[in-house]
Design a protein around this ligand. Sequence first.
Ligand code: GUN
Length: 286
Amino acid sequence: MKIIDGKLLAANLRAEIAAGVQELKATRGIVPGLAVILVGNNPASVSYVTAKEKACAEAGMYSREIRLPETTTEAELVARVKRLNADPAIHGILVQLPVPKHIRDKAVIDAIAPEKDVDGFTPVNVGKMLIGEKCFLPCTPHGILKLIEFSGMDVKGKHAVVIGRSNIVGKPVAVLLARKETNATVTLCHTGTPDVASFTRTADIVVVAAGRPGTLTGDMLKPGAVVIDVGVNRIPDATRPKGFRLVGDADFESCAAVAGAITPVPGGVGPMTITMLLWNTLEAAK
Ligand code: GUN
C-alpha cells in the first residue's frame, strides 16, 4: 500500500510554476496577479484563503486579499468582481465559496470574466471543459487527475467510481476521467444511489467527494484500488491544540488495508487544489 503524497507532488509542481513566473517577469515584465475575495468569517474559508495567499507569495505572484463583511450585498459583491475584471494588475479572480446565504453563488460566478476565471467555475469554462475545448480546468478535479497519474496508475480502460455530484468536484471529475485522453469508464454515485458499495467493489479508482466522514470503508473496495479522498471534515478532538482534527470522507485505516494507494487527509488533495490555482493564474497571466 502506498500513500499518495500530495504535498510532495504539489511542491514539485510549485517549483515549476515559480520558474514560469520568473520567466514571465524577465521576458515580458508581467507579474501574475490573483485577487481572492472572502465574504464573512467562515473558519474553514479563512484558512483556505490564508493558504492561497501564502502559496501565491511563495510562487512569486502578486495576491490581493479582499475581505468583505458578512452583510455585503449581492450587488456590492458583483460590483467588486466587475472592478477586478477591468483591473490590469489582476489576472485571476477567485470568490471563496460558500458565500453567505443571502447572496446567490450563480450571480457572483456569472460576474467573473471567463478569461480571469481561474477556478473554472463560470458557465463558459464549464461548457468548454464538457466539449473538450481549452479552458481553465477547475482546480480540485485537475489536481485529482495529477494525483492519480502520480500514483502510477494508468487510467485508460479502468473503472473509476466518483462519489458525489457537486459542481465543484464530483461532476467535473467524472467528465475529466471520461475524456478521450484519460479514457476511464466512469460511474457517478450520489445520494440517490441505493447501493454505492456494489459499484465501488468493481472500481479500480474511487474518488470520494461526499462531504461526510465514513462514506467509504475498506469493505467497499476492490483490493489494490486507488482511493482519492477529497473530504475535509473537522472532528472535535480535545487532544489537538486547535480542538479538532481533520478527517476525509474515507475511513483511512480500513481503506488503507485494502487499497493499493490512497491520499491522506490532510496532505493529499488539499495542497493540489491550491497548486492548480497557481497554475491557472500563471496561464491567465500568459
Ligand atoms: N470552496 C471550496 N473549494 C473551493 C474552490 O476550489 N474555489 C472556491 N472559490 N471556493 C471553494
